[in-house]
Every structure is written in structure tokens, then in C-alpha cells.
Design a protein around this ligand. Structure first.
Ligand SMILES: *Cc1c(COP(=O)(O)O)cnc(C)c1O
Length: 402
């Protein structure tokens, strides 16, 4: 431990580890992105157009999937995917309780019931045994999340879902670079939805992508995401001559714009380089925190790849005098931004009141909810920032130790 990590805590009036606040999940925007957005603005075409088409094509090739359709967010992509997979009001969809609420909200949006299940404590991913137990004749789909970038066990889920005709929708919001037994996230389920929200691994400000191997699903999603207007409606104002469109059902307004896609193209070209940098930071954190009262993320299995989206410390509260929230406040006072990923879905008032979920129903999700703490972990973190985070975490956790 360095000397400055022994000084009085900032939360108790001492000097903070950093003078400037280190934002959690700051976006890594470079010259290429700025130039690309300016070029798009200057082109006069800022809506859905050629940049979106290019981003879709590069994403499709990166994953090695048949179809990629850009949408305005991962939430929009989950919503459209659930409809495309035939989920209807009254159906049940199995969702992990340990996820961002958007996963479950999308199920509510189609009028189906989100059947929450517990996760595994170590991997934080949906527990296939809990999934199997939750299946009823009304189960229409399962939505695994590649939590923090760690691959969910799609092999086990496929064995449960396929013989029963249950559809699989991957929530790949954390998983652009995730690989499960040699297969990339977004190529295993019937559909997958990715997020390019500001804190994710590839960002467009707001944005998402649906990938699928099914031609029919892909073309339906394309139409359903733009008012239900017939295909290629976005070409209406191009020099190819005016085209009339037709609406055969009332779709949604879920399209990505060229301004956003212009950010995504250079981001995607750096995706592997960025992954390598985060992999190094991951190892640095693992080494630095080995002796602290925390549970650290375990390694992934042979043939798997972690996308390294979130670095989460699971506080060992039995060895600490403080709650997670006090640790979080103390770190913020040291000018180190933190996140909580997540408070389990079943603990939120809407889910308790509407579906009768209660605390203690999902012990692992709850264990993690009370202990998890994400620390700054992105390609924007300099070597100096990383040292600040490491010293800050040591300073706070050593003070909080029993
Ligand atoms: C961020 C996130 C989403 C939602 O992504 P948006 O693009 O913001 O809609 C969904 N699921 C998980 C697990 C996420 O982390």
C-alpha cells in the first residue's frame, strides 16, 4: 500500500486521492469519431442513411452473423426481438433478476410476464437450473444476459430451450466481444440485442443493434423499427427517384441516425485494440486487489472470452464494518466515480407490486445487489488514473476493514 492510501479519508475531512473527479464509464471519443460526425453533418444527411448501412455491415461482419439491424437502443432491440419471436400478452419470458431493468421492462412492454430467476453467485450469470425450474407451458422465451461481458451458459440454455420450442434472445448489451465456447455473443440465440449507450464498450451516444440468423426476423425488425413503413423507405429522399411507401402495420420509431452510426464505425474498428487494453487493466486490478476483503471476478472457462465490460468488486461484508453504500460514498469523496450493477430487478417497487416479487426470493442476486461495486474501467483510464483507483480502493477498504 502506498503512503497516500494511509492518509485520512476524504469523507472524514482528509485530502482526496485525486483533485479532479474520475467519471465512471467516460466515453473514449477520438479524432476519427469527431471527424466522422462532422462529415456526416456536412453531408446534409443526418437521419437514417448510408452511415447506418455501413455500421450494420461492419457489425455483421465483425460478429460473422447473417443479419444486423441498427436500432435506437438495446431496449428497443429487445422489444422488437420479443415481438418478432412471437411473444404475446399473457406469455411468460424468463429473465435473470440480476440485470439492468431494461431486460425485464422490454418483456412488460409486450404485455408478457417477466419470470425472474436467480443468477449464479460467482459468474453473476443466469442460473440454468433455476431457468429449468421456472419453465411452464406458457414460457415463450428466455433472455440471458452476458453479465459484465462474461458469457452466459448458452450451451445449457439451448439444451433446455430447443427441445421445448422456447426461443432464446441474448441481451448482449455488455457482450460485443464475448465468446462462449468458440461462438460469439449475438450468434447463438434466435436474436440478440446490443447496446451502444455511453458507458458500453462500443458507443454511439444512444444506439443498439439486433443480430439474427433469420432473414425473416431481420426484415421484419427493419420495417417494425421505422413506423412499419415498407423496406428502404429511408431512400425516399435520395437521388434514386421518389418512392411511395406502404404501411401494413403500425410500427415503432426505433431507427438509428447517421450521426450516431458515424460514431459507431470508428468505435467498432478499434474494438479489438480496446479489448486488449481493458484486458491488461483487468489483470492489473486483479493483482492489486488480491489481498482486499473482496470477491474478485473468476477466470472464464477454456474457449470462452470475457468482453471486459464492467470490473466489479463484490465486497466481503463479513470482513467489513461498512455497508456497500458507505464504501461507495467514500470512494466518490476520493473523487473516484463508481457504479452499482445492479440492484436486482425483483427489489424494485414496480416488480414487487405488480408481480408479487419479494426480497429473499433470489438469494444470489440479492447477495450481489448488496455487495457489488463497479470501478472505473474503460480505455479512457490512463496509467495514472488506474493508480488512483487502486490507491483509492485500498485507502477506503483498509479503513472499512474489521
Ligand atoms: C445498458 C443495458 C441495456 C439497455 O441498453 P440501452 O441501449 O440503454 O437501451 C439492456 N440490458 C443491459 C444488461 C444493459 O446493461
Amino acid at each position: 500500500m502506498t503512503d497516500r492510501a494511509r492518509e485520512p479519508l476524504a469523507i472524514e475531512g482528509g485530502r482526496a486521492i485525486r483533485d479532479r473527479f474520475l467519471v465512471f464509464g467516460a466515453p473514449d471519443i477520438r479524432r476519427e469519431e469527431i471527424d466522422a460526425v462532422v462529415r456526416t453533418l456536412e453531408s446534409g444527411w443526418i437521419g437514417t442513411g448510408p452511415q447506418v448501412a455501413e455500421f450494420e455491415e461492419e457489425f455483421r461482419r465483425y460478429l460473422g452473423t447473417a443479419h444486423a439491424v441498427a436500432v435506437s437502443s438495446c431496449t428497443a432491440g429487445l422489444h422488437l426481438s420479443l415481438i418478432a419471436l412471437g411473444v404475446k400478452p399473457g406469455d411468460e419470458v424468463i429473465v435473470p433478476s440480476m440485470t439492468f431493468v431494461a431486460t425485464a421492462n422490454a418483456v412488460v412492454h409486450v404485455g408478457a410476464r417477466p419470470v425472474l430467476v436467480d443468477c449464479e453467485r460467482e459468474t453473476m450469470n443466469i442460473d440454468p437450473i433455476a431457468v429449468e425450474r421456472a419453465i411452464t407451458p406458457r414460457t415463450r422465451a428466455i433472455v440471458p444476459v452476458h453479465f459484465a461481458g462474461r458469457p452466459a451458459d448458452l450451451t445449457a440454455l439451448e439444451a433446455i430451450a430447443r427441445p421445448r420450442g422456447i426461443r432464446l434472445l441474448e441481451d448482449a448489451a455488455h457482450g460485443v466481444e464475448t465468446i462462449h465456447r468458440g461462438r460469439k455473443a449475438g450468434t447463438m440465440g434466435d436474436c440478440a440485442a446490443f447496446s451502444f449507450y455511453v458507458t458500453k464498450n462500443v458507443i454511439t451516444g444512444e444506439g443498439g443493434m439486433v443480430t439474427t440468423g433469420d432473414e425473416e426476423i431481420a426484415s421484419w425488425i427493419k420495417v417494425a423499427g421505422l413506423h412499419g413503413m415498407s423496406k428502404d423507405a429511408w431512400k425516399r429522399y435520395s437521388d434514386e427517384g421518389y418512392r411511395h411507401y406502404e404501411v401494413s402495420f403500425p410500427g415503432f420509431k426505433y431507427n438509428l441516425t447517421d450521426m450516431q452510426a458515424a460514431l459507431g464505425v470508428p468505435q467498432l474498428r478499434r474494438v479489438e485494440e480496446n479489448w486488449t487494453r481493458r484486458a491488461a487493466l483487468w489483470q492489473q486490478y486483479l493483482t492489486a486487489f488480491a489481498d482486499l476483503p473482496v470477491f474478485l471476478p473468476p477466470p472464464v472457462a477454456e474457449g470462452d472470452r470475457h468482453a471486459y465490460h464492467l470490473f466489479t468488486l463484490i465486497l466481503d461484508l463479513d470482513r467489513l464494518r461498512w455497508t456497500r453504500d458507505r464504501v461507495l460514498r467514500a470512494l466518490q469523496a476520493e473523487n473516484i466515480g463508481t457504479g452499482v450493477h445492479y440492484r436486482a430487478v425483483h427489489l424494485h417497487p414496480y416488480y414487487r407490486d405488480t408481480f408479487g416479487y419479494r426480497p429473499e426470493m433470489f438469494p444470489n442476486a440479492e447477495f450481489l445487489s448488496q455487495r457489488t461495486l463497479s470501478i472505473p474501467f474503460s480505455t479512457r483510464i490512463s496509467e495514472e488514473d488506474a493508480r488512483d483507483v487502486i490507491d483509492g480502493v485500498h485507502k477506503v477498504l483498509c479503513a472499512a476493514q474489521c
